[in-house]
Design a protein around this ligand. Structure first.
Ligand code: SF4
Ligand code: SF4
Length: 225
């Protein structure tokens, strides 16, 4: 059916306006309504307050609170073994890292650098959920400010927090999230192998993987010489 553009379209709101309640004389004067509002405000002054004088007064959130993600520092070292699972699970790709091997103990890996872009982080907690070492956890820190994009990228120095300061969250995780932790297997120090270096020599060559690679490099060098 062709639309009659000459006739204005009926606004549904204008129909509802007809149903609006008519104000009484007192309401039309406004003053009684203003005093009613002031009386209500006055009564609230004597009720308990839930607001705080931030930043002088600070809120201590419960353990379930998900503040900024931090790395756990255990006996002066990061727990993180740079497996990369958190970076893989992070939906907005906020985490980046580079793994390295410990010079003193080549079985151990650690993150050479570990960064979280706090402009991207959505505080979902997935990094904490997937971490096999309880090395990254959601802290109580909600006071996050920066004045440039560069400042918003938190490095290891900003991320590492001693485990003693994260007791609440670690306890909460054990109690409510990782209940299976330590129940089905006993932690063995020798299981904690994070690289192929120094593994048992089970190859036909009786060389470890690293030795095989070194041997290959030696052969290539001698060929090129
Ligand atoms: S809390 Fe979520 S968004 Fe933030 S770093 Fe962890 S996985 Fe990424
Ligand atoms: S998942 Fe845990 S151990 Fe693996 S890289 Fe992330 S913080 Fe480190």
């Amino acid at each position: 059916m062709p639309q009659n553009l000459e006739k204005p379209v009926l606004n549904t709101l204008s129909k509802d306006q007809a149903k609006e309640r008519k104000l009484s004389v007192m309401e039309n004067i406004y003053l009684p309504e203003i005093f009613k509002g002031m009386w209500y405000t006055f009564k609230q002054m004597f009720k308990p307050k839930f607001t705080m004088m931030y930043p002088e007064e600070r809120w201590d959130p419960p353990a379930i609170f998900r503040g900024r993600p931090v790395l756990v520092k255990d006996n002066g070292k990061e727990r993180c073994v740079a497996c990369g699972l958190c970076a893989r699970a992070c939906p907005p790709l906020a985490i980046s890292m580079q793994a390295n091997e410990d010079a003193e103990d080549p079985k151990e890996r650690y993150p050479d650098f570990f960064e979280i872009n706090m402009l991207r982080c959505i505080y979902c907690g997935l990094c904490e959920e997937v971490c096999p070492e309880e090395a990254i956890v959601m802290s109580k820190d909600y006071d996050i400010t920066f004045t440039s994009r560069e400042e918003a990228v938190y490095d290891k120095e900003k991320l590492l927090i001693p485990k003693e300061d994260l007791v609440d969250r670690l306890e909460y995780l054990r109690e409510y999230k990782n209940r299976q932790f330590g129940q089905f297997w006993d932690f063995q120090e020798e299981n904690n192998i994070h690289s192929v270096r120094n593994r048992d020599k089970r190859w036909e060559t009786s060389l470890s993987l690293v030795e095989m690679l070194e041997e290959k490099q030696r052969q290539e060098k001698s060929l090129n010489a």
